[in-house]
Write a new protein. Structure first.
Length: 136
């Protein structure tokens, strides 16, 4: 597990690049840190979910990613069911949308997070590595 405060710890596999010319931290840097932090928590496993489309060498379009509006990080959180439910563990679907401090969600992203929450999953918008540290 990662210590509660990681602000002074440097992760060589997850370096923070410089701030943009306007002083804001890039969403990609926040995403790298959140991915690293969440995957070092004992009960989480998340993956990068690239969504988009591209033209193939044959000239046709190929779509990739879970779906339009799906979150940047997709995975699961392991939960131990209560003794009344035989002490089993289950994997709860988890979706994390990464945004900069001023980044805005698209309507599709809002809808995706709402659907995950309504279905019993864990859905959050993360705007900093500190917010990722605070995920239980």
């Amino acid at each position: 597990m990662i210590p509660t405060s990681i602000s002074k710890i440097f992760y060589p596999s997850c370096p923070m690049s410089n701030k943009s010319k306007m002083g804001a931290i890039y969403e990609s840097d926040i995403q790298k840190h959140c991915l690293h932090i969440l995957n070092h928590k004992r009960n989480f496993r998340v993956f990068r979910n690239n969504v988009g489309c591209m033209r193939t060498s044959k000239g046709t379009f190929m779509r990739f990613g879970l779906c339009v509006g799906s979150s940047d990080l997709i995975g699961y959180r392991t939960i131990k069911i209560t003794d009344a439910m035989v002490g089993q563990k289950i994997a709860q679907f988890a979706a994390f949308e990464i945004k900069s401090e001023k980044g805005k969600l698209s309507l599709e992203q809002v809808d995706f997070l709402k659907q995950v929450t309504e279905a019993g999953g864990l859905a959050r918008v993360l705007r900093s590595k500190e917010e990722a540290e605070g995920i239980f």
